[in-house]
Design a protein around this ligand. Sequence first.
Ligand SMILES: [Ca+2]
Ligand SMILES: [Ca+2]
Length: 295
Amino acid sequence: MIASIRTIPHLYWSRLFRASVLIGIYLAGGIGASAQIAYGQNVIVNGSGESELGSSDGNAMIAPSGWVRTGNANLLQYGAPEFPTSSSPGPRERGASFFAGGPSNSNSSFSQTHNISSLSTSIDAAQVGFTISGYFGGWDSQSDNATMFVEFFDNASISLGSFAIGTVTAAERGNSRALLFRTLNGTVPAAARQARVTMSFQRFNGSYNDGYADDIKLWFYNLNPANQMTAEIFPAVEVQWSSVPGVSYQVQWSPDMSQWTNLGELVVASAASTRFFDRTSGAERRFYKVVRITP
Ligand SMILES: [Ca+2]
Ligand SMILES: [Ca+2]
């Protein structure tokens, strides 16, 4: 009897909770205003510029879907003459195209705005974090550059704060044609309901605006303390020895250099030098040796 008395209220509240969640989703869909933002997922539309194929010469204007353009901001193909190629420093998964400041203009941009009101309860409790990231670069020794902004607005479209990454200098690129990774974490300001993402391209040299960007991302995560974990860091040992490719070795350890115990399985060397890692958390003094097992 006691067990059933405890169980019934639990089931009751559980059903009530589910019902309230369904009602909440229905209302949000009814006003048609807010897409559901999923934690940990990139919300940028066409942030890699792969929805269309970029211009093959840099001058023909291409409109990348999902973005609002100012000036002559353009979408270019990697490998367009005189521009970064598929082998220039840049995103590993770069696709065929990237964003650029475009021809014959000194200031241009692409932007898009996201409704984040589905996270409003957590945002107003200062429990929503964000990450922005992307690859940014320019041309050789020129100072042209690209900056990514995320700016948060409240219900009255009042700006609550702006965060920026990018603006990679020619010196940081080694005066080469390159796009470098940049990222930033922050907390979404309380009362924020919209996030506007902008790629801004600045020209300093020549006629072409050579601020470049690709692989633009924005995602959100939950800062609720109940979801936080504590990570512990321990030192470890790296054992390295000169090895012969194809030969097998056995790493051993000892607390006193008298009794030796095998550590892990046989290691078959694949190079003239081999490394082995051993965790040392909670361990007292350890000695190591490597035994060559003749093949
Ligand atoms: Ca791309
Ligand atoms: Ca230029």
